[in-house]
Design a protein around this ligand. Structure first.
Ligand code: NIG
Ligand code: FE
Length: 413
């Protein structure tokens, strides 16, 4: 590593969970006890054991971590956190025995959030989303993906995406936006799903791409969403606009969605409760990341487990996210997802933390930017009052985050 002796900031008296597979103790966390991390121009300039600090360094600001742990800033790689209203009434209906699919077919579900979101102004969406985003940020989150998909017409999808981008600036967090126009069929297209897909491909997606408001394109491929053939049409349009794709795949049934995603070299296939071994193999070959969403699994009282052992066996990177949304995961705690991934899906705590850092970055295609403590990556960090990194998955309902750094600067939690 070449050393420039003048750094902007240096953390010492810290233990590092670098999440860099090549670094540290080989314990799944890339642990470096008594480490040091230097920042220059918003990027990590040096990271390693403190005793190996190169001689002659000078620094503008030195931070004494007092024995805390430093990790990459957490990344929530799948959220729908821009929306209006809530669906507590549907929660009560589901508890009384009505299923998520039945509610959707009766005009509730996603459609009810679409009504509320269409009625809301962009400012309303920013105000409502800010509360949720701040709760994520308080837990050390520095990057969040936010999907559209409750507007379902050009103006309202653009409104959602603009609100998402504004939220990133307002809350000091990197926001990646995903266009999810094909989330549900809006009522005005009832019985005309193919016509709606034509609108998504020919009008909405080009408008979103022109305005540079999306970093990726997603579809809800499901019997209550869109068919594999319709998904392909949207993916073809996304590719034509140079946008990477992701997919809500195999959540409620196996439509071979993950395989379809792999065929399009999707960044990620998400949910995956009903994914088959053939699809897992296809994901492995394509380099598609599996995004696991234990909040939705829990909240829908799902019993079908995603194929964790198979994903592990085929070395498909596993990411974790909140899926923050009003219908299936009204959750604003990524740390709780770490715990649930361990208790419900039997991930190890190290796999869980990798899921909210290194692999979450892969799910967004930004692994060259963030997700590990490694030289040249952006200095997005979280500081924790813990004595070992497994505590992040172990304690639920706790928030040991005591500091957050974005682009090398200490920022509010
Ligand atoms: O990820 N499955 C589709 N989309 C969301 C649910 C959205 C909603 O119910 O509002 C999900 O679970
Ligand atoms: Fe989702």
């Amino acid at each position: 590593m070449s050393i420039d002796p003048l750094w902007d900031a240096l953390w010492i008296n810290v233990h590092l969970a670098t999440m860099d597979e090549a670094a540290g103790a080989g314990d799944g966390y890339g642990t470096i006890r008594d480490g040091a991390l230097a920042v220059r121009d918003g990027r990590i300039a040096w990271v390693g054991p403190r005793r190996d600090l190169p001689s002659g360094w000078r620094v503008v600001t030195e931070h004494d971590g007092r024995g805390a742990w430093l990790t990459p800033g957490l990344i929530d790689c799948h959220t729908h956190l821009v929306y209006a209203g809530n669906r507590a009434d549907e929660f009560e209906m589901r508890l009384a025995g009505t299923s998520y699919e039945e509610i959707a077919k009766a005009g509730g579900g996603i459609a009810s959030t679409v009504r509320a979101t269409r009625a809301a102004s962009e400012d309303d969406l920013v105000a409502e989303g800010a509360g949720r985003l701040r709760r994520l940020v308080a837990e050390g989150v520095t990057t969040v993906e936010i999907k559209s998909g409750y507007g379902l017409d050009t103006a309202n999808e653009l409104k959602m995406l603009r609100a998402a981008r504004r939220l990133g600036k307002a809350c000091g967090v990197e926001v990646k936006t995903t266009f999810l126009g094909a989330h549900a069929l809006p009522p005005e297209f009832s019985g005309r799903a193919d016509d709606y897909i034509a609108l998504v491909c020919d009008e909405m997606l080009p408008a979103v791409a022109d305005a540079k408001l999306a970093d990726a394109v997603d579809v809800f491929c499901e019997h209550i969403g869109f068919t594999p053939a319709q998904t392909e049409r949207v993916f073809d349009a996304a590719k034509a606009h140079g946008l990477p794709v992701k997919l809500h795949a195999d959540q409620l049934s196996d439509l071979a969605g993950a395989q379809l995603a792999a065929r399009y070299r999707a960044l990620s296939a998400d949910h995956l409760e009903h994914t088959s071994v053939d699809s897992v193999r296809a994901m492995a070959e394509a380099g598609t990341t599996a995004v696991l969403l234990p909040g939705a699994f829990y909240f829908l009282r799902e019993v079908q487990q995603p194929p964790i052992a198979m994903l592990r066996h085929h070395r498909v990177p596993m990411a974790l996210a909140t899926d923050c949304n009003p219908g299936t995961s009204p959750c604003t705690s990524l740390l709780l997802m770490l715990n649930m991934a361990c208790t419900l899906f039997r991930l190890t705590p190290a796999e869980a933390l990798a899921g909210a850092t290194r692999n979450a970055a892969k799910a967004l295609g930004i692994e060259d930017e963030v997700g590990e403590l490694a030289p040249d990556l952006r200095a997005d960090l979280a500081l924790w009052d813990i004595s070992q990194p497994s505590e992040l998955a172990y304690a639920f309902g706790a928030n040991p985050c005591i500091g957050r750094v974005t682009r090398g600067r200490v920022s509010a939690t």
